[in-house]
Write a new protein. Sequence first.
Length: 376
Amino acid sequence: MKKLFTLVLLVAICLTAQGQQPNEQLRQLEDYFRQQGYRIRHTQSNFQGNEAVRHTFQVMLTENTFVPTFVQVPSEEVRQMVLSKRDSVNAQRMKKLEQATDSIRTAFAMLGKQASESYMYEYHKEGVDTIKYSLAFRQDDDSLLTTRIKNNVYFSNAREVASFDYHQSYDSIHQGDIMLGNYIHWCDEPNGIAYDAMKPFDIAAFEVLIQPVLKPVKKLKGVKTYPVYWRHDKGFDDDIVNGHLSHKTTRHSTYGDNSHTGLTTGTYYFIPAQYETEANTLYEQLDSIAYNYINRHPEQPYEYDFTKRIPVQNPADLLRGISYKDSDEYHLKWTRDDVGFHILFLTTQGELWIPRDWRKLKSYINGKLIYRKDVK
């Protein structure tokens, strides 16, 4: 597999040199990750202030060899069987991670000759491994603005950047090694739309498009919809640790005389866990609608964030219609937990604060929580 990837990479580099799409070899590397079962997070935004769409691809390569915790086992023989099976699984996972790391090393070494700047740093000693790679391609003939902090390199005006950070060390608490790798590749695609030529995200038009795929889901037994009303007024604050909030934005609002006020309304959909197939289908349908919409309307500011799996525990944006010149902001958020799937369609004036008990609330107003009557 590694030899095949290297051959494909060489072909891609040759095509690039002949004027084909730049840096296709990085996409080949990401296709390799996908084939190996790694999850690729794809984000896209047109609100960088440089008349371009930024595409970002991220892959987390995380493994560990922790010793399993035994609460109670019938015999030492069973314990050894469990440990033996764990060692076999660990060996397969470590081999997969090593192949992925070697493929990244090959790609960055070969691309370093083409890049405007490239850096490769490795440190290995007594079970401690550190790898830091980065490369960048400049914007036209501009000189790159580069910042180096220890062994990390940052590029502030590149058109395309790729980096890989990896660290392996021994965890004495869990009695095993932990490997943390993070691959990031982003590139800017010019769209020629200046900031002043943009228009607010059209919330009403987008929500018209999603209604047809929501109708069949609402007919499923146990599916519920609830109105959302979360408000915080001028002068009110709610601590995110000791108060009632799970999340609040950090941007300085222009709504309410720059007083960090916010009003969020919308709809909350709950889908019971038994409808996993239907929920996954809906997730893909909403993703398709969102992705097609933003590509048809590059004049509307947005952030798009998609992975193949629905996020767990905390609501995460699939689509965010970014506030533009004091317009309302829009969020399409998903999450799942043990009881089911949760979708939030939110419109916010000002700053978005999400109450910790949002699944159960009828409203949140300046820290006052009013729970729905159906909450047990």
